[in-house]
Design a protein around this ligand. Structure first.
Ligand SMILES: NC(=O)c1ccc[n+]([C@@H]2O[C@H](COP(=O)([O-])OP(=O)(O)OC[C@H]3O[C@@H](n4cnc5c(N)ncnc54)[C@H](OP(=O)(O)O)[C@@H]3O)[C@@H](O)[C@H]2O)c1
Length: 230
């Protein structure tokens, strides 16, 4: 089997398992302590991947914030922040999204074979448009990222990409942060969809860490033999 990066899924959810509400602005689920922790995980990654809906809805910069962490990356001879990665079937991404406009780092957009030309026309000057196959699979993306030198990949959502990394057996580690409130709105997005998960009633993931961060809790699960213990 071809090599793929060590892959960490990172997500914050409500007590009832939602990762966002139905509003136009991102739902704030964690506080400064957890955001700083996430910054640390980003700084240790070679690439960060989010789905195109997250690029459109949340407009994340996906950059390392803490100057000390940026300095440490420079000392290691890497770019200030990891490579940014997204996947899009319809290649409808506004050019003014922070994904494209922030950070002096490589940006990769994986799209279906038939949409590569469209993607090149839309934002080929801002990002590298990559043929992700037909259809695009996360295994293809992961193998291609590995071939580009990515050894540690952080996946920051949304639900669609988390589900695919899990059901394609590509996730090594889950970092789930639980916020102390319910959303209670079934129209909102849960953090994963239905699917064939390796970890089920008869086959439990291994808990490697729990950590309180202000009023949220981080739970880390090992999802593969590669996951190093806390
Ligand atoms: N709480 C958290 O930690 C957190 C983190 C991240 C995001 N979020 C939330 O998650 C929500 C978005 O989640 P989501 O599941 O709806 O969307 P998503 O996973 O962010 O993105 C889904 C989109 O990615 C593209 N895509 C996914 N798989 C693909 C494939 N195999 N081939 C080609 N394109 C593919 C498609 O883009 P096109 O539509 O362009 O074709 C698809 O519509 C947002 O509301 C955001 O706020 C929360």
């Amino acid at each position: 089997m071809p090599d793929v990066p060590y892959t960490i899924l990172s997500c914050a959810i409500t007590l009832d398992g939602y990762l966002d509400d139905t509003g136009d602005t991102p739902l704030h689920l964690s506080g400064p302590a957890d955001l700083d922790r996430v910054d640390g995980v980003r700084s240790e990654s070679d690439a960060i991947l989010v789905g195109a809906a997250t690029v459109r809805n949340d407009d994340p910069r996906l950059l390392v914030r803490a100057p000390a962490r940026v300095a440490a990356r420079r000392r290691r001879g890497t770019t200030d922040s990891p490579v940014k990665v997204t996947v899009s079937e319809h290649v409808k991404l506004d050019r003014d999204r922070a994904f494209f406009t922030t950070g002096d780092v490589e940006k990769l957009v994986y799209c279906p074979t038939a949409r590569v030309d469209e993607g090149l026309q839309a934002f080929g000057d801002l990002a590298t448009v990559v043929d992700g196959g037909d259809p695009v699979t996360m295994r293809h993306v992961a193998e291609d990222l590995y071939a580009r030198g990515v050894r540690r990949l952080m996946v920051e959502g949304g639900a669609s990409v988390h589900t695919q990394f899990l059901t394609e057996r590509l996730a090594d580690e889950l970092q789930l942060v639980v916020a102390p409130f319910f959303l209670g709105d079934p129209r909102a997005r849960r953090w994963v969809d239905g699917g064939d998960y390796r970890w089920c009633t008869a086959h439990h993931a291994r808990l490697v860490e729990t950590r309180a961060l202000d009023d949220v809790v981080l739970v880390r699960y090992a999802l593969s033999e590669r996951c190093e213990a806390a």
